[in-house]
Design a protein around this ligand. Sequence first.
Ligand SMILES: [Zn+2]
Length: 272
Amino acid sequence: MPIRSFTHIFLLLLVVACATNPVTGRKQLMLISEKQSIVASRDAYVKLMEPLEEEGKINTDPEVEKRINLITAKLIAQALKYRPETESWDWRVKIIDDPKTVNAFCMAGGKMAIYTGLIQQLDATDDELAQVMGHEIAHALSAHTAERMSIAMATSLAVTGFALTQDQPGVALAGASLAAALAIQLPNSRRSESEADVIGIELAARAGYDPHAAVSLWEKMAKVSGNDSKFDFLSTHPAPAKRMEVLGQLIPEMMPYYEEKGDRPLYPLKSD
Ligand SMILES: [Zn+2]
């Protein structure tokens, strides 16, 4: 492909690729559609779970399962109020029996997992587990998987595009401004984390879980961070103290949701 048209196509791609976060309204770089990221995640989830199932690493302790399913079902019921179209997602959660790993995730399309290490090492209460899962569900609602995939794609494309255009000053300029445009998008994961924190604590409060647990969860998380923790709260490290402060400030605003009377709706989770 001629260099010039490569650049044109790439620039066009960038122009059309900005989407708006479906929950917060923030502009996101989207080279991959949410649908594509859901398909990719479905595949990744199966590839991750199949060997674990064969090794008997999927937790079947009925007590733990009942607990996690109840928390998750209440959170999903609230998530559907933010984005009703996600009712068609194949929401599900599995508990991975791995006491060493402090982690949890929710992929695009609602495929979730929580590791027994997180439950055990933090000695987490239901309220704290709801904060964890609420945060992870918030990532999925905000299409953060598609965003991360897009950033990764754009980064490699920009590097390729820039290298190809070095010989032609005019075109090289286009490549440089492209790289600059991308630089704005790149420190995104930290912003995504804050976004997920804010949506997560609200989801949990609306589902009937105490917002104070967002802070106590963090205190516990900080204590185990010396261990082999892979939890995404820690991997992207906005300073923990700052994070607890921001979450703490949100508590008064969240209390009315938490204190609402009556039973909270449950999403009918599939168990297979
Ligand atoms: Zn996160």
